[in-house]
Write a protein that binds this ligand. Structure first.
Ligand code: FDA
Length: 396
């Protein structure tokens, strides 16, 4: 008889959820993690308030909000474990929460409330949680799997791999899931940092640096994909929700376009200002609509130091274009060091969408960020972790 029915590698969002569900089915479950404490990323998430789900992160409203080689793959798990089901648990636990914006649900208090809820639910379901233990070699034989956990070997019938992606190595992220997937013959889609600030070459950075700390609402686009959210200038380049979102779509060498006046007709606005206040400088006109330092920079880029009344129609068109279609060429991103998630991962072709089981290796499951499913910013990634972990927990 194996030591456990189910061993789950990784005590993060997906692993804890899988453990709770398998434990509730009466399975003898172990969750093992090399970190000292379970759920560390949950603890620091959402600026310490955990954006634990998004009311739109379901198979209908969220269907275009998950990036993958096969975006339809995620829909099965998302339709079976919905945001409402997680919200129900949060309510039952008495955790106060609020919707911040765009369907994003955050705890009113510390994110540790979510971690404690999951750990308590796991313990109540009889789950053993072993932390601070390195996971070594994994082997399969006729009886199941043998896993080196700490100094000893533990055996199990089912193995759920929930060790996440590569984002934030300082917090214990490793490529372990990809290594295991390859060991068992599964394909891994190339990974790259996502939901990550974008960086610029020294010349552009010199121009942007004086704006460090400035935030403004903007539409940021890459091809046909666009996000209207806050844009933040930093010492290293651009960040803020609009940039993090577009970073998941941006590819090396591509430009991005920024509209600094979403929902406004910049040309009409400049024409009206020329008529009403011809003696004002362009920067002064713009500072009524943009943060002052940004208005200064845009004025410099338009390169019209004079009064707005002196600008020809043609020059106004150029100025409006600069404001609404400011093209910038990032040279890279801040990488896994600060990326919230990892794009790519275990190829969904090799997994069953309903159970997350490997198609060619019975009783081996991959869940959460390790899989080639990456959500938008705003609670989508946790919902994927809960839903995929829950799905595996029903059968593992
Ligand atoms: P997760 O990374 O949570 O867990 C993996 C576990 O495996 C970890 O405990 C790790 O220690 C362990 N592990 C890794 N390698 C191992 C090895 N070799 N041996 C043993 N154990 C190993 N999402 C969202 O929806 N809302 C939000 O507010 C945020 N906020 C946020 C902030 C920041 C700063 C980051 C970095 C990320 C977010 N996210 C987020 C994303 C979210 O945290 C992420 O999608 C989920 O944590 C993924 O859950 P997993 O369980 O798949 O991996």
């Amino acid at each position: 008889m194996p030591d456990f029915d189910v061993i789950i590698l990784g005590a993060g969002a997906a692993g804890l959820m899988a453990a709770i569900e398998a434990g509730r089915r009466g399975r003898r479950v172990l969750v093992a993690d090399h970190a000292r404490d379970p759920g560390e990323k949950i603890r620091i998430s959402g600026g310490g308030r955990c954006n634990f789900t998004n009311v739109n992160a379901n198979h209908i409203l969220g269907r275009d909000r998950f990036l993958s080689q096969n975006p339809r793959f995620a829909l099965s798990a998302l339709s079976r474990f919905t945001p409402e089901m997680f919200i129900e648990r949060v309510k039952k636990r008495g955790i106060a929460f609020h919707e911040k914006t765009l369907g994003q649900l955050f705890c009113d208090g510390p994110a540790t409330q979510i971690v404690s809820m999951l750990i308590d639910e796991a313990r109540q379901a009889g789950v053993a949680i072993w932390t601070g233990r390195a996971i070594g070699a994994v082997e399969q034989d006729a009886d199941g799997f043998k896993v080196m956990v700490g100094d000893g070997i533990v055996t199990t019938t089912s193995l759920v791999v929930a060790t996440g992606g590569k984002s934030i190595p300082k917090m214990g992220a490793t490529g372990f899931a990809y290594q295991l997937a390859r060991q068992f013959g599964l394909n891994v889609i190339d990974t790259r940092p996502a939901l990550v600030p974008l960086t610029f070459e020294p010349g552009a950075l010199e121009m942007l640096k004086p704006l460090a700390g400035v935030s403004t609402n903007a539409i940021v686009s890459h091809g046909k994909t666009r996000f209207e959210e806050a844009l933040l200038f930093t010492h290293r380049g651009l960040s803020g929700p609009a940039i993090l979102q577009i970073s998941s779509y941006w590819r090396d060498g591509d430009p991005i376009a920024v509209n600094l006046l979403p929902g406004q007709d910049a040309l009409a606005l400049l024409q009206a200002a020329r008529k009403a206040t011809p003696r004002l400088h362009v920067q002064t006109v713009l500072s009524a609509h943009l943060p002052k330092r940004l208005a200064q920079l845009v004025g410099d880029l338009i390169d019209q130091p004079g009064m707005i009344g002196d600008l020809s129609d043609k020059k106004l068109v150029v100025a409006a274009e600069q404001i609404t279609n400011w093209t910038l060429k990032p040279v890279g991103s801040e990488g896994y060091r600060t990326a919230e998630v990892t794009l790519g991962g275990i190829d969904t072709k090799d997994l069953d969408a309903k159970t997350m089981m490997a198609r060619t290796v019975p009783n081996l499951f991959f869940v959460g960020e390790a899989v080639d499913v990456t959500g938008w910013l705003g609670g989508y990634n946790f919902q994927w972790a809960w839903a995929s972990g829950w799905s595996a927990g029903q059968v593992a």
